[in-house]
Design a protein around this ligand. Structure first.
Ligand code: G4P
Length: 532
């Protein structure tokens, strides 16, 4: 059962995503990681906004027009012999349900915060999703080269807003024009900041004569006032914050915190080291029957994303699978559990943003892409024969809504077909109200509505339009008692619809309405997520 090679492959892997509010620096952090991983050689390869050059991840037209990252890309790089799977998440205001679902496919998250802004709206939403699974979080406080808020104030905010205890691992020495670097509290080492130059010096370490940095020269370097201030702060920090505990981190209770400036590639190495040292190697996943451990020999995996048009020439759809156990080998026979069919996977891909590479082998924690000829849906399980279904890859209640209608009403059937197919990719959801024939679309970010209109036009030759609709929230309806559901249905028909899987959903005009309804119907569950 125990296979030493398999074990070695597991111990070499880390699978993580970056959580941040738009503009906090996710793309820049990603780019510096790829630089340190030697995947790219110069900055600007990943992002090139507004200058006519496009980033590797910008392969959709709409993405190019707006210069933002609409789709989620997967990047693999090696740092100090550890294979990092970084699942990138759309970071603009307009993002999609994919962003949420990505967080169900990783084992760890890197939270990037702008030091001048602190916790912002999008961060909170994403963190709520990642907290559903108690995913371990590493925090990087970015842009210290700019004027920032007090470090302690930011940590307080994280603790209060995200309900997550902070353990600073590095501590900044001032910020903005005065930013001198960080002190690594655990390594007892200074990393002195000079734009794009990183100099590491051990503090009072007489063993390392070349790096020897005594109190005098440190004072000279950062100035006496800053030295005294830093010294006072450090005393306070080491007094106030408890010792870092890997166990508590893995349980999702505490987050190690690092400071730096992604733009100057300062502090990113600390984050990578922490991923190596503390982030979990691939972890188990639950199914409807049992837990599946990554050490198991037989292959299992689940689909968390479907991406269309990755290669416009071929109009293909790619299903992204997170491997949970076993090993992918080219030509492997897999059971597609939902449709009860065996398939031979003769070609699977790994990705670097828009580029794809055919692969021979892959292990737990890796994400592989397989061709989808319309039979694969988000949430599908693949095994080497076992009839199980992975749980925890849900649909999330949409946050914005539109009614869609046709310029040419004769195309209604075609429109429905197109919308159902697009909704299977998981970026939008379609709802059919039970009292009329209209079609409502729901999404997590409004950009998805533009993407749908564009794709209906290009892929289905349908001209459609939107009108606003008085819906603010959606909740799936569930009850242990049949009768409660039918009572509820009879009295609230005008707000009820069926989703793409024929599940009842309540579409509330506002939060007050939802609160009142919840209060009246105590036997009904109003779910924010639904298992696929
Ligand atoms: P995002 O993916 O989270 O949306 O953020 P992104 O990395 O695109 O960064 C947003 C802006 O913040 C960019 O500037 C980027 O250069 C800047 N930035 C990122 N990290 C740092 C940092 O450590 N220090 C400073 N001073 N700036 C940082 P931009 O002007 O919007 O874009 P660009 O013209 O630089 O590409």
């Amino acid at each position: 059962m125990f296979d030493i090679n398999h074990q070695l492959e597991l111990s070499k892997r880390r699978t993580f995503a970056i959580i941040s509010h738009p503009d906090a620096g996710k793309t820049t952090v990603t780019e510096k990681m790829l630089l340190l991983g030697k995947v790219i050689r110069t900055s600007g390869t990943i992002k090139a906004r507004g200058n006519g050059k496009y980033a590797k991840s910008d392969w959709m037209n709409i993405e190019k027009q707006r210069g933002i990252s609409v789709t989620t890309s997967v990047m693999q790089f090696t740092y100090k012999n550890i294979l990092m799977n970084l699942l990138d998440t759309p970071g603009h205001e307009d993002f999609s349900e994919d962003t949420y679902r990505i967080l169900t496919a990783v084992d760890c998250c890197l939270l990037v915060i702008d030091a001048a802004k602190g916790i912002e709206d999008r961060t909170k939403k994403l963190m709520n999703v990642s907290r559903l699974h108690n995913t371990p979080i590493i925090t990087f406080i970015n842009k210290l080269d700019r004027d920032s808020r007090e470090a302690i104030e930011i940590l307080d905010e994280i603790e209060k807003e995200l309900n997550l205890s902070c353990i600073p691992i590095t501590w900044p020495i001032s910020c903005g024009k005065n930013f001198k670097g960080v002190y690594h509290i655990y390594d007892k080492m200074f990393c002195l900041y000079k734009k794009n130059v990183i100099k590491k010096v051990n503090f009072f370490d007489s063993n390392s004569l070349t790096d020897f940095f005594n109190e005098f020269s440190l004072k000279e370097h950062i100035g006496t006032d800053l030295y005294i201030q830093w010294h006072e702060e450090l005393k306070l920090v080491t007094h106030v914050y408890p010792e870092f505990s890997k166990k508590k981190f893995l349980e999702g209770d505490v987050t190690p915190v690092f400071f730096g400036s992604a733009l100057s590639n300062f502090g990113i190495n600390h984050v990578l080291e922490s991923l190596i040292k503390w982030a979990p190697s691939p972890v188990y996943r639950c199914t409807n029957i049992r837990k599946v451990e990554p050490e198991e020999k037989k292959f299992t995996g689940f689909i968390f994303k479907i991406q269309a048009n990755m290669d416009l020439k071929h109009r293909d759809r790619m299903a992204f699978m997170r491997i949970v156990s076993g090993q992918y080998r080219k030509g492997i026979k897999l059971r597609h559990v939902r449709i009860k069919k065996d398939i031979i996977v003769s070609d699977a891909f790994s990705f670097l943003a828009g580029d794809r590479f055919s692969i021979e082998n892959a292990y737990p924690g890796d994400v592989i892409g397989i061709h989808n000829h319309g039979t694969i849906k988000i949430g599908d399980t693949f095994t080497e024969g076992e009839e199980i279904k992975f749980l925890g890859i849900p649909s999330f209640a949409p946050e914005v809504f539109r009614r869609i209608f046709l310029k040419n009403p004769l195309q209604q059937k075609k429109l429905k077909k197109g919308l159902f197919q697009l909704s299977e990719e998981g970026a939008i959801q379609i709802f059919c109200p039970i009292t009329n024939n209209s079609l409502i679309l729901g999404a997590i970010g409004i950009l998805q509505f533009d993407v749908v209109i564009e794709r209906l036009k290009v892929e289905y030759q349908i001209d459609a339009m939107y009108e606003t609709v008085n819906i603010a929230l959606a909740r799936w309806i569930r009850s242990k008692k049949e009768k409660s559901i039918s009572d509820f249905l009879n009295k609230n028909k005008s707000c009820l619809a069926l989703d793409g899987s024929n599940q009842l959903i309540y579409l509330a005009p506002n939060k007050a309405n939802l609160d009142i309804i919840k209060n009246i119907y105590k036997n009904i569950f109003f779910d924010k997520t639904r298992e696929q």
